[in-house]
Design a protein around this ligand. Sequence first.
Ligand code: ATP
Ligand code: LTN
Length: 330
Amino acid sequence: MNKKRVLSGIQATGKLTLGNYLGALNTWVKMQEEYECYYMIADLHTLTVRREAEELRKNTLNLIAMYIAAGLDPENNTIFIQSHIPAHSELSWILGCYTYMGELNRMTQFKDKSAKHADNINSGLFTYPVLMAADILIYNADYVPVGEDQRQHLELTRDIAERFNSIYGETFVIPEGYTKKEGARIMGLQNPEAKMSKSSTNPNDVIFLEDEPEVIMKKFKKAVTDSEGIVKYNPETKPGISNLMEIYSVITGKTKEEIEKEFEGQGYGFFKEAVGKAVVEKLKPVQEKYKELQENPEYLENIYRKGAEQARIIATKTIEDVKRKVGLVI
Ligand code: ATP
Ligand code: LTN
């Protein structure tokens, strides 16, 4: 049976958050049964913002450990590091010549990140989505599981692929985004109007997957709510409570209505504690496995070396096909 193919990645920019887990990793784990999956560490993308070299290397290894700790089976999935497959960068150059400045100018992530890093608006930040398109198209992925914030990049990827196909004939599979409604956009605990993000400056805004249970409980206790005192889902008027309900819903599998019923007549304090406990329980085995894996760098190296070998087979085929089509001598 021919399985559909999946590709996704996370930038090695630091400790993963509950947002990354519920919006991306958790979905990847579910997809591994049904699809042929390629999960990479997007290390080249991280260079768009200044990093310490040693820290980037450490983050990359830790991220591989976290992929596996979260439940990805390295025997059943191809886990690899983006920069180990130079064909991504080659394809990115070629696709950049089929992408318009106007299209890249519209990307909200570019606008956000250039506002945040006004002293370093480099061209990599601008062409970031082209490299992401190359990551996806080089494997002819059918599905790309990402959080809501990446959907615009995915639309652009489809446009680039369609443009290329219409000039040179069927070359790329047109990928589809795969975003679960639940968990696709987890908001900050202190500022529920903005997404929970690794690079947030307020640590109480973010649950890190490595946070100790007491820290997690404390952060939920401090989470911003409202003065109504009723556990009810309405992201417009009750963003804080609705976000906590979202988190609780993805973790327990309960619907919003079931949660409203469960906490009817209870105060926010009680509800926050329940959410905190559910998160702590869910993360416990992940944290234990993560610690164990961090102590075994050889095992991790084996995985990403083997992953690169597997990924290279498909990437090489695609890049050669593309080069031939555009007229490069190979
Ligand atoms: P940074 O703060 O460095 O921009 P980030 O936390 O946004 O990082 P990324 O590496 O950009 O994380 O994203 C990795 C994956 O996690 C992507 O699929 C993204 O859509 C998803 N993701 C990130 N933040 C959230 C969130 N708050 N809710 C749901 N999904 C998220
Ligand atoms: N831009 C993505 C990371 C990423 C990615 C990809 C995701 C790089 N290449 C290819 C899916 C497919 C982000 O999450 N910030």
